[in-house]
Design a protein around this ligand. Structure first.
Ligand SMILES: NC(=O)c1ccc[n+]([C@@H]2O[C@H](COP(=O)([O-])OP(=O)(O)OC[C@H]3O[C@@H](n4cnc5c(N)ncnc54)[C@H](OP(=O)(O)O)[C@@H]3O)[C@@H](O)[C@H]2O)c1
Length: 234
């Protein structure tokens, strides 16, 4: 494919869909990954220069299958955005092993193995970017978010190592750690936050656009974006 290709997990809705829209506007053919074919098809049609791959990232084989499908269909990958995520609210005393496994599978294991499977395609790209969407709870600890926070700490830790290991290949790796963003997920996790104080998904998409359009001599490894209504430098 002549056109640059981006792949966004969780691109069917929420933050991922806003990121995908931004990447289409920057000229990328953008591949959306999620579980629901109908939602993905509607989103891809709406975005125009977009396709989709149906995959449940809880399955250990899914990352390899997604990248193989991307390679077979499009022959290249310039930008990988790991945005798909699962959350759960409640005391750590209530978490079941199955719930722990599912959340870690989507939030931590899938990005790890997607990055690994994508490496040959990213190495071949003229300018390659990997952008992992973690969370402020990849650094902080909020009550009732034990598994979610643990999984985002895992993703944060992996990103720091991965960025260094692929730096010799010219692959630029960035971490975005948002606070509360106006999507379905925050409505479940933090119903206490006022809707008009939430970060908009487009604000996260703007950071991604900034990353892919300004690969200069200076770089920002980590974007930590909090709600303006929250406490500064907290
Ligand atoms: N919203 C926030 O306040 C906030 C703050 C910080 C970080 N984040 C992070 O930002 C990312 C996007 O969150 P969001 O708020 O946009 O959430 P969302 O609206 O709930 O969207 C989640 C996305 O992940 C996909 N997904 C979930 N489970 C999946 C699975 N097993 N396999 C494949 N895809 C799966 C969903 O697609 P399907 O359901 O169609 O499969 C959907 O596209 C997540 O990683 C989240 O942790 C969110």
């Amino acid at each position: 494919m002549e056109q640059k290709v981006a792949l966004v997990t969780g691109g069917s809705r929420g933050i991922g869909k806003a990121i995908a829209r931004g990447l289409v506007e920057e000229g990328y053919f953008t591949v959306l990954v999620g579980r629901d074919a109908a939602t993905l098809e509607v989103a891809a049609k709406e975005l125009g220069q977009a396709g989709f791959i149906v995959a449940d990232l809880v399955r250990p084989e899914a990352p390899d299958e997604v990248i193989k499908t991307c390679a077979a269909r499009y022959g290249r990958l310039d930008v990988l955005v790991n945005c798909a995520g699962l959350s759960a609210a409640g005391s750590f005393t209530e978490v079941t092993p199955d719930e722990w496994d599912r959340i870690f599978a989507v939030n931590a294991r899938a990005p790890f193995f997607l990055c690994r499977a994508a490496l040959p395609l990213l190495k071949a790209a003229p300018k390659a970017f990997v952008i992992n969407i973690a969370s402020v709870v990849g650094f902080k600890g909020y009550i009732n978010q034990s598994v979610y926070a643990s999984s985002k700490h895992a993703l944060t830790g992996f990103t720091k190592v991965f960025a260094k290991e692929v730096q010799p290949f010219g692959i630029r790796v960035h971490l975005i750690s948002p606070g509360g963003v106006a999507t379905e997920m925050v409505r479940q996790m933090r119903p206490d936050i006022k809707a008009d104080e939430l970060i908009q998904p487009e604000e996260i998409a703007d950071i991604v656009r900034f990353i892919v359009t300004r690969p200069g001599n200076g770089t920002i490894d980590h974007f930590y974006i909090r709600r303006y209504s929250g406490l500064a430098f907290d």
